[in-house]
Write a protein that binds this ligand. Structure first.
Ligand SMILES: C[S@@+](CC[C@H](N)C(=O)[O-])C[C@H]1O[C@@H](n2cnc3c(N)ncnc32)[C@H](O)[C@@H]1O
Length: 219
């Protein structure tokens, strides 16, 4: 593990006990959750439809990457059938799994493990089918912690269902969630959304360029 990633692991292990305790943390988490839910249709995933009997056998898979204590899982959990979380911090993973179980989800439905998809080589426990073929991979409030954003997009895109999988990152800058698909040509609406996103601040402009260019590379 690189020194950068190890520093993140230690920092988030230390933060895990208090991660969800302060009002501002709840506020940010709620903002991201609301934004994800509001843009659910725009994300273009064939979400589950609990009222449709024919839909019950379909597995809709979410990768909650850098899952922390599970904010993304809480936001999108009702729209999918299987969730796998990965986080560099084993203490965050422990909190995630406690929260998932206490919210009534089985381990088969939602479970997180400690790991780093950006390591070379990737650990064998992350290489099996359980951690492949996702309909959507979401990085909630985590992308800015990654050492090599282009590698991160490439590695995450490799975990998606071919042709249909979607990669999305959520952040709280200006209380919005920024999303981009890694596997599809942007629609007119996506282009408008990205244009709005680009004009918000110079930091965001540079990150958007990085994201678009890396997304193109990832296919
Ligand atoms: C600000 S927290 C966000 C947690 C959660 N997604 C949320 O929305 O509340 C960032 C998370 O990224 C994780 N992280 C940082 N670098 C990582 C890496 N290379 N691979 C996996 N997780 C990482 C940290 O351990 C931490 O749990």
């Amino acid at each position: 593990m690189s020194a950068f990633t190890e520093a993140n692991r230690k920092a988030f292990n230390d933060l895990s006990a208090t991660y969800n305790t302060k009002p501002w943390q709840h506020k940010i988490s709620q903002q991201v959750s609301d934004a994800l839910q509001q843009r659910r249709d725009w994300l273009g995933v064939a979400w589950t439809q609990p009222d449709n009997d024919d839909d019950k056998s379909r597995d809709v898979r979410l990768l909650d990457y850098a899952c922390g204590t599970g904010a993304t899982t809480k936001a999108l959990g009702p729209s999918v059938t299987t969730i796998r979380g990965i986080d560099i911090s084993e203490s965050m993973v422990a909190k995630y799994n406690e929260a998932a179980l206490s919210s009534g989800l089985t381990t088969e439905q939602a479970h997180a493990v400690a790991g780093d998809l950006f390591a070379t080589p990737v650990a064998p426990q992350l290489s099996g089918p359980e951690f492949q073929f996702f309909d959507i991979a979401v990085i909630g409030l985590g992308f800015h912690h990654f050492e090599d954003p282009a590698l991160a997009i490439k590695r995450l895109a490799e975990r998606l269902k071919p042709e249909t999988g979607v990669l999305s990152r959520g952040n709280n800058i200006n209380t919005s969630t920024s999303t981009a698909t890694a596997t599809k040509t942007p629609t007119a609406r996506e282009k408008v959304e990205r244009q709005k996103w680009r004009t918000r601040s110079s930091t965001r402009v540079s990150r958007a360029k990085e994201w678009r260019s890396s997304s193109r590379t990832a296919g």
